[in-house]
Design a protein around this ligand. Sequence first.
Ligand SMILES: NC(=O)c1ccc[n+]([C@@H]2O[C@H](COP(=O)([O-])OP(=O)(O)OC[C@H]3O[C@@H](n4cnc5c(N)ncnc54)[C@H](O)[C@@H]3O)[C@@H](O)[C@H]2O)c1
Length: 451
Amino acid sequence: MSTTLDRREFLKKVAATGLAGSLAGVVSTGCHQQRANLPALLWPDRPRDLVRVGFVGIGNMGRGHIENLLRIEGCQIAAVCDILPERAQWARQRIIDSGQPEPKVYGQRGERDFQRLCQQEDLDLVYTATPWQWHTPICVAAMANGKHAACEVPIATTLDECWQLVETSQRYKRYCVMMENCCYDRIEMAVLNMVRQGLFGQLLHAECGYLHDLRELKLSPTYYQGMWRLKYAIHRNGNPYPTHGIGPVAWCMDILRGDRFEYLVSMSTKSIGLNLYAKARYPQWADQRFKLGDINTTLIHTALGKTIIVKHDTHLPRPYSRDFLIQGTRGLVRKYPQPLIYIEGEGASDQWQPFAKYLEGYEHPVWEALNKQAQGAGHGGMDFIEDYRLIQALRKGVPPDIDVYDSVTWSAIFPLSERSVAARGRPVAFPDFTGGKWGSARPLGVFEHQL
Ligand SMILES: NC(=O)c1ccc[n+]([C@@H]2O[C@H](COP(=O)([O-])OP(=O)(O)OC[C@H]3O[C@@H](n4cnc5c(N)ncnc54)[C@H](O)[C@@H]3O)[C@@H](O)[C@H]2O)c1
């Protein structure tokens, strides 16, 4: 069964929605340049019918990814690894029950047992959904042993780790992909489509973030394995989780495809929310000193003069939001608390319009092709779409949608914001992980490959 469009159909659809310009390297946002300049930041790989996956970290997210991968044609989970034996065994049984051969099980030898998986198994991809401190070590071990690496967010928590990932990916010519599911949500994809068609004119500003009341989950002794997430709240202050917000914005703003993050400034409020919550429910944490400010606000300036506000807000009572506002010379769109749009000359002046009125004609062909198959999967289906596109890219031997440069540039906001907060909001420059190649138009997979 093929739920995707075939190549000809995809290109027709792309042309019909006005995206053909991007395929030819000429786009409406003004910061793409000729495809002829394509830097050697990407390389094709050999196509393969079957993608053999080793999966490390089978907790809340890991379980969801395993369910997705078992539904994807041409994907076999050949090895699993978790330091908790019951989780590894759950995955083993689930894989057998789905009709796939019994996978090899790792994790019995402790936190570094992923190294044996990377060294001993014949795999195409190692996929990681562990706590953050293991992301880079596992991706590096995978690539150094000839496997592509995919990883939950953020892929790195220090600048050293960011560089290590870039250098290892370049040295071994292995893909290194941060799995940012929010890039594949319906509205973000439709807005990206609108941006490419010039609906908002020239982009100038965006707002985004991760605004999610995680007090119960962080303080609960059983939700995150070993309470790993709380440790980051104790020890670090900045924006530790920027990628859900910044990923879709970076795609809209052609970051590393014509523009780049130049510098940021960042400030945090004091920390009080977790202590107040703990007093009532987890008194053992009531007097703990948490470094992470309850609200972190980071402001990024791009080389071409755009600004982006990125927020992190997980210690206070509030409804879920990723903010997601995109503004240009013709109008703007916002997703939360409900999707609204304003385009100059359309509708009443000064009044928001319902976004739904604009959705028709702007649905992204990738979302349209996979939406039905994705229904019921995690986070409204976007988790399935990201997993599907990763596996199909590897089957076809084309670069995945998110590459190592995107992955580390988005993740670097954590350590950079931390530096700025510590220096009373001083500007901090972004490293250029592309070695000066950010200004050339690198194709964006969701406009390039129908998969
Ligand atoms: N994309 C999203 O929407 C989304 C949502 C939630 C979490 N996440 C990310 O997913 C990752 C996992 O989060 P979670 O909520 O599933 O956490 P979790 O604590 O539920 O799961 C982590 C798993 O990793 C295992 N583990 C820990 N160290 C290990 C090691 N060295 N080797 C092998 N296994 C190890 C743990 O035993 C546990 O089963 C995090 O990076 C988080 O940021 C992403």
